[in-house]
Write a protein that binds this ligand. Structure first.
Ligand SMILES: Cc1ncc(COP(=O)(O)O)c(C=O)c1O
Length: 390
């Protein structure tokens, strides 16, 4: 069966061009980039090139890029470095819709280290309450960490505006740009961020590689203490193959940014409009304007998201649920709960996330399949009668 992959916020296909760049470094060129000999030095040259590719995507200097093992490590490293730089400050600001890599870490810091954390709430559109955010900033704040864009809804936070305020107040500012990178333009200098996290597997590089942007001259304590790699900012022999892949993926992401904003956005809008038009009692989760161009989170009354996904799966369509059964509970995700999405549609929420590999024909198949899947589930649902929820 041909797969239609519409779950690109979960992970992406590794691009053929990326694999091509990586392959020789699995086999023939296995040298250690730290070695004195030319054999290792040649690998180091490829890493230099990759670092430039990453830096170009986010308007950073190559020296500001540190390679890590994933987005989660980048997020954790940034938070711990900020706290270490400000040992006397015991307050962190974040939002209540962050990825677990930040959300659970902040909760852990409250529990184990006595930090006070302000989880800034979002409104029904998934947008930050800016008054609460600004009022929470104080002399005791060690760090503001906010995602650039949300993984479930695609809602984009006003990072540049917050960056200005954080800089004025002298508070360190980190952003988790794992979902934003490659989908919208990122300029670390204009955004005023001190640190930024990215992950390779969201932009057609392999899993298990990430980066942390660390602004020049920022006081930084490494999370992994070891050798001199990454100028002492992250110990451990480099994951050379994946770094080389990530460099190529970043070059490609830059080239595809315009297409994301046009063709991919148009496909997403077409999918969204057709679903809203053809299926009664469904609604989009999140701000429709301030949103990643590839993401659609949509809730259907009187059905379960998991059931939709299972039936889509039988047709070879990959999407994901907005109501992941976290820790055995059937609660909707913390993001939809934070947005106070009504339970009747939160439970029936799913996410489609596109990439530049998707096609218009695929959108038509998804639409046709969704119409019949929702009809089938509602026909079986005790909560659906005479064309509406009861
Ligand atoms: C917003 C966000 N942050 C962090 C991560 C974690 O990245 P990784 O899977 O590379 O650890 C993800 C992955 O889903 C994410 O969506």
């Amino acid at each position: 069966m041909k797969i239609i992959y519409a779950d690109n916020n979960a992970t992406t296909k590794v691009a053929d061009e990326v694999i091509k760049q990586m392959l020789p470094y699995f086999g023939e060129y296995y040298g250690n980039p730290s070695s004195m000999h030319t054999f290792g030095g040649n690998v180091d040259k490829k890493i230099v090139q990759a670092r430039q590719g990453v830096a170009d995507l986010i308007n950073a200097d190559p020296g500001e890029i540190v390679f890590t093992s994933c987005g989660t490590e980048s997020d954790n490293s940034a938070v711990y470095a900020a706290l270490a730089a400000n040992p006397e400050k015991k307050h962190i600001i974040t939002s209540n819709v962050e990825h677990p890599a930040i959300n659970n870490l902040c909760k852990h810091l409250v529990k184990t280290k006595g930090y006070e954390v302000t989880f800034v709430p979002v409104d029904k559109k998934g947008m930050l309450d800016m008054d609460i955010l600004y009022n929470a900033m104080s002399d005791n704040t060690a760090l503001i960490t906010l995602m650039w864009a949300n993984n479930e809804t695609g809602v984009i936070f006003p990072i540049e505006e917050i960056g200005k305020k954080a800089n004025e107040k002298g508070i360190l500012f980190h952003t988790d740009a794992v979902q934003a990178a490659g989908k919208v333009p990122i300029d670390v200098k204009a955004a005023g961020v001190d640190m930024l996290s990215m992950s390779g597997h969201k932009i057609h590089a392999p899993k298990g590689i990430g980066i942390l942007y660390i602004k020049n001259n920022l006081k930084f304590s490494p999370f992994l203490i070891g050798g001199h790699q990454e100028k002492g900012r992250r110990g451990g022999t480099e994951n050379t193959v994946s770094i080389i892949g990530l460099g190529k993926a970043c070059e490609m992401a830059k080239e595809h940014l315009n297409e994301m904003d046009t063709r991919v956005r148009n496909m997403r809008d077409y999918l969204e409009n057709q679903l809203l038009e053809k299926i009664p009692a469904c609604s989009v989760n999140g701000d429709k304007d301030l949103r990643l161009p590839n993401t659609l989170s949509i809730g259907f009354d009187a059905v379960e998201g998991e059931s939709i996904l299972l039936l889509l799966d039988q047709e070879g369509i990959c999407a994901s649920s907005g109501s992941a059964c976290t820790s055995g509970s059937l609660d909707p995700s913390h993001v939809l709960m934070a947005m106070e999405v009504p339970l009747k549609s939160a439970h029936g929420s799913i996410r489609f996330s596109l990439s530049f590999y998707n096609t218009q024909e695929e959108m038509d198949i998804i639409i046709k399949t969704m119409v019949s899947v929702i009809q089938r589930l509602r026909d079986m649902s005790p909560f659906w009668k005479d064309g509406k929820m009861v």
